[in-house]
Design a protein around this ligand. Structure first.
Ligand code: URP
Ligand code: ZN
Ligand code: ZN
Length: 497
């Protein structure tokens, strides 16, 4: 009876049966606590949360027993690059393979970066992204728009996309001259436009002009190995660009500024200072910056390090040798602290996979030609949970940085990012009692011939994944399908100071 009361009105007007699911005996994690609660789902939507045993099994089509397990919102990865054209090739995951891998990793929403390159029309770039993703995704998806050529036409497009197309965030680049790069004047204009229409500016903050000089100098010295990718992108050039972006966003009327893939403690200090001053400045980091070091990855002998070439780069264990670190310890400790302190609001993956064979190998003999990117959409929830196990983060903050804040930051909350009545039934049952071994012959579903996380053993495991009420992952099987994922039209950011 209690169950019937709780789900009243759940049968559609057409009389069709909406499948009911009960997830019981688990502990629901939200940003504010870990509470023993049962979750009732009707069709695609969460309808109620109740004390353990409050709902009966009667009338439920699916019962999921989460005893001893955590129940968390589906992961929201707000930085992916499926099929990104880069360095003469394309990121190796399609929307189909990448979103299936996402599902395996407990991610039920991705926000991918639609591309406009210099000289291209923004609407054409967006149409191409809809064509690539439409009907192919296994989980829900949304888009940011990369603006690779700021001009009058693309500025107008920014307003239109924000107001009509559910695309309310735009990525600009202070790096990659000749490809995606914008100069300070262009950045200021784009920021002014975003301030007017309420959009968020996402910034790839590295001083690309200075980096290009360092790259040419290194190559002239015959320094061609992958490790020079990191040496030629020292952290002060990330910090300087971060500072400059923050200044420009201030001048542009405190437009919301979101720094992507932050890797350096000195860059983080710039964000912390801006936030201390009450500014609309936010940042994300990625698992590779929290866990991987130059010495163990890029710095491996020969060409092996190419697997970890990404920008911003994986950094040295300690602050860069020529940089006097304020904290006196490494970037990773700074980043974990930043996550705890909300100086870093979000963990994304910047998922941008390239195979070693024929793709990373494009840079044999010249590190600057190695396509930039690491695949990770499958492993973010696992790798950040490992931070919980290591005592770096609380369970609540794990959910906040990987699910709830990404949804709020980019205008998808409370549809996404939370277990609450009325929200999409995107739910992950997480088993903290089992381990996950990552690797090409272990857990690996991304379309890559290697893993940046080969051999890593994680405490905990994605047990069951539901996307809008549909079970996608259960008993180590993928039960979803391409085409299940729907485009999410986003609103404005809900996370402004
Ligand atoms: O190395 C990276 N991050 N590749 C993807 C492009 C970008 O800058 O995010
Ligand atoms: Zn970037
Ligand atoms: Zn990226």
């Amino acid at each position: 009876k209690r169950h019937r009361e709780a789900s009243q009105g759940s049968v559609t007007g057409k009389g069709s049966h909406m499948a009911k699911t009960l997830i019981k005996n688990g502990k629901v994690i939200s940003t504010t606590g870990v509470i023993a609660q049962d979750v009732l789902i009707d069709g695609e939507t969460i309808t109620a949360l109740g004390a353990p045993g409050f709902f009966t099994d009667e009338g439920c089509d699916t019962i999921i027993d989460a005893a001893g397990k955590y129940v968390i919102p589906g992961g929201v990865d707000v930085h992916t690059h499926m099929e990104l054209p880069f360095g003469g090739t394309f990121a190796s995951d399609t929307f189909e393979t990448g979103t299936i891998a996402a599902a395996w990793g407990g991610v039920t929403t991705i926000v991918d970066m639609a591309v406009q390159r210099y000289g291209e029309n923004v609407f054409d770039g967006l149409a191409e992204w809809h064509r690539k993703a439409g009907g192919n995704c296994a989980v829900d998806y949304a888009f940011h728009q990369i603006i690779g050529g700021v001009d009058d036409e693309s500025l107008k497009a920014m307003t239109y996309l924000t107001e009509h197309e559910g695309i309310s965030s735009f990525k600009l680049f202070m790096a990659y001259p000749g490809v995606f790069y914008s100069d300070d004047g262009q950045i200021l204009k784009a920021m002014q436009t975003a301030a007017e229409c309420g959009a968020v500016i996402m910034m790839h903050a590295e001083n690309g002009i200075a980096i290009d000089v360092l790259v040419q100098q290194a190559l002239a010295r015959n320094e061609t190995d992958p490790k020079y990718h990191s040496y030629t992108r020292p952290s002060p050039l990330e910090a300087e660009a971060t500072h400059r972006a923050i200044v420009l966003s201030h001048v542009a009327g405190n437009v919301p500024l979101y720094i992507v893939h932050m890797s350096a403690g000195d860059a983080l200090n710039e964000v912390a200072a801006a936030r201390h001053n009450g500014r609309n400045v936010f940042a994300e980091t990625c698992p590779q910056y929290l866990w991987l070091t130059l010495e163990e990855t890029l710095g491996q002998p020969g060409f092996e390090g190419a697997k970890w070439v990404c920008s911003t780069p994986v950094r040295s264990k300690m602050h860069d040798p020529d940089y006097i670190g304020i904290m006196g310890h490494g970037h990773q400790a700074d980043l974990w602290k930043g996550l705890r302190m909300n100086e870093l609001a979000v963990v994304s993956t910047d998922h941008c996979p390239f195979c070693f064979k024929d793709q990373k190998e494009l840079g044999l003999g010249d590190f600057s030609k190695i396509p930039n990117g690491i695949g990770g959409v499958e492993h973010r929830m696992e790798l950040i949970y490992q931070g919980v196990v290591a005592g770096e983060l609380s369970l609540e903050r794990w959910v906040e940085t990987c699910c709830t804040t990404p949804a709020r930051m980019f205008g998808m909350y409370p549809k996404k990012g939370v277990i609450a009545p009325g929200s999409d039934a995107d739910v992950v049952v997480w088993d903290p009692n089992t381990k996950t071994k990552i690797g090409i012959n272990d857990k690996h579903h991304m379309n890559m011939d290697h893993s940046a996380w080969e051999g890593w053993v994680i405490d905990g495991k994605v047990d069951t994944v539901l996307s809008r009420g549909q079970v996608l992952i259960q008993n180590d099987q993928f039960l979803g399908r391409k085409g299940h994922g729907q485009f999410v039209k986003r609103g404005l950011s809900q996370y402004l100071v």
